[in-house]
Design a protein around this ligand. Structure first.
Ligand SMILES: *Cc1c(COP(=O)(O)O)cnc(C)c1O
Length: 497
């Protein structure tokens, strides 16, 4: 199987090249030329396997240039109980009748990003070896909070790599900030920027695609790659857990093989929900994909109108990992929906860059609505949902997952659709203790970050993740911040070039 670019169909490269390179030179994202299929028979077989085996089975369909041994090296090292606090890697909890929480946050940094970022370093270093690349790989990450820490944990002290993370100074939770500024490892650097996530993401993209900067690195035996969800090596691992969850529900006799399920995803950069769409296109029996947004509801508007318009206010919310106005992975979906027409994608995303707005065709609008439902809620509704679910079901939601639950409840009320439903639960509530406590106790919490964790433990009875508890005693290593125009200087300084 070969990979092409959403902005140039003439690109034809292997998965190893796509993963090593991260983003295409034309600014497009890499896509498999065809989406492979999975049959119900295969899904039935998967239901008897462990997570790492399921992952290897599905990866083999996408990474056809990898040997079995290479794939197993990646999956067996990433998906172990040494890295995840549960044997199942992803847990499924029953919330209420026919509704399942797919808990994707049992990894080392307590957010779903670990599902992909624990394996990405293995995929990336294996890919580099396969294409005979002996350059040092420099990973640049823009983060709205969770990706940064997950990438740092994944790449720390991985030979032949160096990683730099940029986050919006005012845009992450205190715990997220603490997780990043205390990061250990010899090959890591973290920097706050005076701007929002989109500024950070645009800055990283600009550095990536700047030929002058690339030439400087090349001269020093280094190359850039990306750990953001624009990298195919981030997206592919996310397809796995949806198929795996379905297989588990079949094994547990919650559903029958072939039954349709709906999937709800709290969405920011559109990576997680796009992975669910890939699973559906492969043949997983999926009805609706419900795209849940917070007050930054650009995707809700887009799904409802076909107009993507980023000329709007940006809000800082209590679900910061979804505070995004440019959802990069939407480009991959639109490429598929417009019949892989690279000229159309160049036109729309050119307009997004210059005018901040584009409108898709009626045909694409119809296709969008066939698979996707969009919904949103604000911080007050998010908090009310956390309180209500806690009271009714003794289940403590984080602020992102609560957005998904609220949007799903609205959807169910509006449509009467009772299809069994998987809700992607994307973070441990402990990562957002302040907001979760405020929701549960009805007043602002004035405790310090770690006392809040203890208080939340009293209420939720969930085990406190060790990785968060031990931050208390860790030294702050990265306290600095820069203007958004100074990101390049920070990169050069860190690399010593
Ligand atoms: C990143 C993140 C999201 C959004 O996922 P996308 O793939 O960017 O759409 C939602 N919730 C949490 C907790 C996250 O870390």
């Amino acid at each position: 199987m070969y990979y092409t670019s959403t902005r140039d169909n003439n690109v034809k490269i292997t998965s190893a090249q796509a993963i090593a390179q991260g983003i295409s030179v034309d600014g497009g994202l890499f896509m498999p030329e065809e989406i492979p299929s999975i049959t119900l028979d295969e899904i039935s077989k998967l239901s008897e396997m462990k997570y790492n085996e399921r992952a290897a089975y599905i990866f083999a369909k996408y990474l056809t240039d990898f040997t079995d041994e290479e794939i197993h090296y990646c999956t067996d090292n990433a998906y172990t109980d040494k890295k995840f606090s549960t044997d199942n890697i992803a847990e499924i909890s029953h919330l209420f009748d026919g509704t399942y929480m797919l808990e994707l946050w049992h990894g080392p940094t307590c957010a779903f990003k670990d599902m992909a970022l624990q394996i990405l370093p293995y995929l990336l270093t294996t890919s580099a070896k396969k294409i005979n690349c002996d350059k040092k790989i420099v990973i640049l990450v823009a983060t709205s909070g969770d990706t940064g820490k997950a990438a740092l944990e994944g790449f720390k002290d991985v030979p032949g790599t160096e990683i730099m993370v940029f986050y919006p100074e005012q845009g992450v939770s205190p715990m997220q900030k603490r997780q990043m500024t205390t990061q250990e490892g010899e090959n890591v650097a973290v920097c706050a920027i005076k701007g929002n996530f989109d500024d950070a993401q645009n800055g990283v993209k600009a550095i990536f695609t700047n030929d002058e900067i690339k030439a400087v690195l090349d001269g020093k035996g280094m190359m850039f790659s990306s750990a953001n969800s624009i990298n195919w090596g981030r997206l592919a691992p996310q397809i796995i857990y949806y198929i795996s969850a379905y297989a588990t529900l079949v094994a547990d006799e919650e559903i029958k093989l072939g039954d349709k399920i709906n999937i709800v995803v709290p969405t920011g950069n559109f990576g997680n929900i796009l992975a669910a769409y890939f699973a559906k296109q492969m043949g997983l029996p999926v009805g609706k994909l419900i795209c849940a947004s917070n007050k930054n509801k650009i995707l809700t508007d887009f799904i409802n109108t076909g107009v993507y318009d980023r000329n709007r206010d940006f809000y800082t919310t209590i679900s910061p990992s979804m505070d995004i106005l440019i959802s990069s992975n939407l480009e991959r979906l639109l490429y598929l929906l417009c019949g892989k027409n690279d000229a159309v994608i160049r036109d729309w995303f050119g307009k997004l860059a210059t005018e901040g707005r584009y409108e898709v065709t009626d045909e694409v609008k119809a296709l969008l609505k066939e698979s996707f439902v969009g919904g949103c809620c604000d911080d007050e509704e998010t908090k009310a949902t956390i309180a209500e679910v806690y009271k009714k079901y003794s289940y403590t939601l984080d602020t992102h997952t609560a957005v998904a639950v609220k949007v799903y409840e609205d959807y169910k009320k509006a449509t009467g659709d009772t299809t069994r439903t998987i809700i992607a639960s994307t973070a441990s509530p402990y990562k957002f203790s302040a907001s979760v406590l405020e929701a549960l106790e009805g007043k602002e919490c004035t405790l310090d970050e770690f006392d809040m964790v203890d208080r939340l433990h009293e209420l939720s009875q969930y085990e406190i993740p060790e990785a968060l508890a031990e931050l208390k005693n860790k030294e702050i290593r990265f306290a600095g911040s820069v203007e958004k125009t100074e990101m390049k200087d920070f990169v050069f300084k860190t690399l010593g070039v």
